[in-house]
Write a protein that binds this ligand. Structure first.
Ligand code: UDP
Length: 330
């Protein structure tokens, strides 16, 4: 019989791509989302259960009634800037909400979880590429909220035998190769969708934040990983836990970085015309260089990013933007 899994935040960007990969791998997917940031249209690979993370009793009932065997936990607020305006909202949602979920799991006898973490836990790294054992000194409340949940998972493992994998994503990017789901945040602050929307004339010219960083072309360097590669890592993490693998916290990145200017040039090539941009000062809190030491996820899970070339990331993101804008226009 196919195992039943609960995907919190399954109506969101990475959650919906992962729901698709889980369904393809033979899981029965149940999506738990309050639709505060997610989209009904992104729920295509299992029933939507509309609900809030803080509703522990509801979560327990949902898990018992649907004989859930594992949870993939994406539901979170993710905007760095917003987290510095209202940190209390971030801790309430991301930390207290996760505690509620873990309490419900314990009550329902569900002992496996794959958790959506972030490279934002590292802050400004001392050494590149960034190993999982690097110091964790988040620069913002969002990153710290994820780090707190990682610590809670650790102690749930020690004290209650919880099995978990925490996945620290670098820069998630791109869209579903079949165009069935894609990135749609409001407001959109991420570089690639900003560039593509500016190219469509759907927004003002895309800002380039800072050109005086200590990098070869003066712009920040990031490790972009295709969202379907991320989704596949979650399926592998679940298989690993099912085999009884021990708890781990892993980077998900490619080990290769691209600057903002390199992304711009590659985007113009994919789109076929110049993208309107405007040079702006540095954005507060942006480290110059973030690149993953990407080998450990390969060793532990047997995962390797295979879809994360810039061409594929930008090509799938562009097709999604074009199609999505057409849908939005009706
Ligand atoms: N960036 C930019 N213009 C934008 C959005 C982002 O120049 O409109 C830069 C940002 O300063 C960072 C990189 O692009 O160096 C990636 O930013 P993004 O917000 O996509 O992801 P982050 O690395 O902050 O998670």
């Amino acid at each position: 019989m196919s195992p039943n899994v609960l995907v919190t935040g399954g109506a969101g960007y990475i959650g919906s791509h992962t729901s698709k990969e889980l369904a393809r791998a033979g899981y029965n997917v149940f999506i738990y989302d309050n639709l505060s940031r997610g989209h009904r249209w992104a729920v295509r690979w299992g029933p939507l259960i509309e609900g809030d993370l803080h509703d522990t009793e509801r979560l327990r009932r949902v898990m018992e009634e649907n004989r859930i065997e594992a949870v993939l936990h994406f539901a979170a607020l993710i905007a760095v800037g917003e987290s510095m305006q209202t940190p209390e909202v971030y801790f309430h949602n991301n930390v207290v909400g996760s505690l509620s979920l873990l309490n419900a799991m314990r009550a329902a006898g569900v002992g496996k979880i794959v958790f959506s973490s972030t490279a934002g836990v590292y802050g400004i790294p001392e050494i590149i590429p960034i190993e999982e054992s690097s110091p964790t000194v988040p620069l913002n409340a969002y990153g710290d909220s994820k780090l707190m949940v990682e610590k809670i998972l650790h102690w749930e493992g020690v004290c209650h035998g919880l099995q978990y994998i925490a996945l620290r994503y670098f820069n998630a990017a791109g869209g579903d190769p079949d165009g069935e789901t894609g990135e749609d945040h409001y407001p959109e602050t991420h570089l690639i969708p900003c560039l593509l929307q500016a190219a469509q004339g759907a927004r003002d010219p895309c800002p380039i934040f800072g050109d005086d960083y200590p990098t070869p072309d003066g712009t920040c360097i990031r490790d972009y990983v295709h969202v379907t590669d991320l989704a596949e890592a979650h399926v592998k993490a679940l298989h690993y836990l099912e085999r009884g693998g021990s708890n781990a916290t892993l980077n998900l990145g490619t080990g290769h970085g691209y600057s903002v200017k390199e992304i711009l040039i590659a985007a113009e090539k994919v789109i076929g015309h110049p993208v309107p941009v405007v040079q702006q000062p540095r954005r507060p809190g942006d480290p110059p260089l973030l690149v993953a030491a990407a080998g450990r996820a390969g060793e532990v899970l047997g995962w390797k990013p295979t879809r994360s070339s810039l061409d594929n990331i930008l090509g799938t993101a562009w097709r999604w933007q074009e199609q999505h804008a057409a849908l939005a226009r009706g």
